[in-house]
Design a protein. Structure first.
Length: 256
């Protein structure tokens, strides 16, 4: 797979890499990438190195970006880089449960499930805690919600601050756990060790010696899951509000 790919040093901008968030940046939230965006990324890859860094796991990124996602990008970072690929080769990965341990995790999971059982919600579906390699994802309505149910929940949550309140309760109950809580999507929030935000993936990118590390993300505001990497000194951050906005900036930067 890597044999067919032009080496980074032979691209038009050899010192540049573009890293992209997925939801709301390359694709509409939870939906599939457009043909236009796929074509644009293909052209961009001739100009510079490209990678994605998403909060979701690889299975979901395949649904959104295509089954060939690992070969479409030079760097593929799932779960903020806890699962990492460079030119199709898997790099070392860390795990949330090894880091936290089962005893502490059990306490955390019991608290969350008890809390969720006791609150009023118009709808509940399934999978309230999704256990991933590098994090857990907590959803009051449940990850099995349909697209329509997601939209309803998002509006309900905006008004009732369900996720914000649960995050505050977790911070109070487990102050010494060293965890970060990040509300990045519509119906859930991610929980991972502090420092395992999207800046985690930079450890794979920085040693390559790029002079310009562009990052594009739609949740670049404080509290959003792109904030840390967007504001990191090592990156040039671009706050976008849709895939169309990402495409517009890319054309301005690389296709004039
Ligand atoms: O990529 C942003 C977030 O996307 C999903 O969030 P939600 O299901 O709430 O819309 C999740 O995969 C989440 O982990 C991720 O951060």
């Amino acid at each position: 797979m890597s044999a067919a790919v032009t080496p980074f040093s032979e691209r038009e901008f050899p010192d540049t890499i573009c890293l992209f968030d997925v939801d709301g940046t390359l694709t509409p939230a939870r939906l599939v990438v457009s043909d236009e965006m796929r074509d644009l990324l293909k052209e961009l890859r001739k100009k510079c190195t490209i990678g994605f860094v998403g909060g979701s796991d690889l299975a979901k990124q395949k649904e959104q970006l295509g089954n060939d996602v690992i070969s479409q990008f030079d760097f593929a970072f799932s779960e903020n880089g806890l699962t990492a690929y460079r030119l199709g080769e898997k790099m070392a990965s860390q795990s949330f449960i090894n880091w936290l341990g089962d005893e502490k995790y059990n306490k955390l999971a019991r608290f969350i499930l008890r809390y969720l059982a006791d609150i009023e919600l118009p709808k509940r579906r399934g999978t309230f805690i999704e256990f991933r390699n590098g994090m857990i994802n907590v959803s009051p309505i449940g990850r099995n919600a349909s697209t329509e149910e997601r939209n309803e929940y998002e509006a309900f949550d905006k008004e009732n601050k369900i996720r914000e309140k649960l995050v505050a309760a977790l911070k109070e109950e487990f102050p010494d756990y060293g965890l970060t809580y990040s509300i990045g999507g519509q119906i859930s929030f991610d929980v991972f060790p502090t420092g395992w935000d999207k800046t985690y993936c930079l450890q794979y990118v920085v040693p390559e010696g790029f002079k310009n590390i562009h990052f594009f993300g739609d949740k670049s505001y404080k509290g959003g899951n792109d904030y840390e990497i967007y504001t990191d000194d090592r990156t040039i951050g671009h706050a976008v509000n849709s895939p169309e906005d990402t495409a517009r900036i890319l054309k301005e930067l690389f296709f004039q």
